[in-house]
Design a protein around this ligand. Sequence first.
Ligand code: SF4
Length: 186
Amino acid sequence: MARSKPNDRSSRTHPAQSDRDAESELLVELEHVFRELDASLQADTCPASTECCRFGITGREPYVTSIEVALVNRAIARRGGPRALGRAPAPLSGEASADRKDKRRLALADEEPCPLLDAKGRCSVYDARPFGCRTYFCERATRASGFNQRDINEFVRRIKDIAARHAAGGDLGKPLRRWLTFVRPR
Ligand code: SF4
């Protein structure tokens, strides 16, 4: 994260607060990008099956930058911390995965649900969810927005730009769960 100049008196007195303020400014930028993204995708619909939040089913996991994780972390803190997230979701039934080639029922551990998926099968940080969660479209989603790969690349570029100013290497995405090891499986 861009830090205050060394001779800045306030940074000598409250360095942690100074970093937090700088992060807050970057989070405002990120939320602005996410609002634009959501508006671009408004015409698309999603069946909300939550399969995309179960990485063992999709075989994919969102790669997330440091600034996106900062937004998620603040959302978790507002909810009262990781312990307040409640119980893990139930495994999906075979019926929910009926259009998949592999129709075996998976045990919850095999589904590898995101640690932020709650007992009701909802994202516990929905408004703060990362870019990859906003742009994952399973085969049952309807796509009317015309959002294409070039649009994705441009949003990714803007998010990486913010992340690079947040932390050294912050723009190098890491799998979501690697950032969330403090949220224990429930
Ligand atoms: S952060 Fe939310 S939307 Fe993204 S995978 Fe986890 S539960 Fe799903």
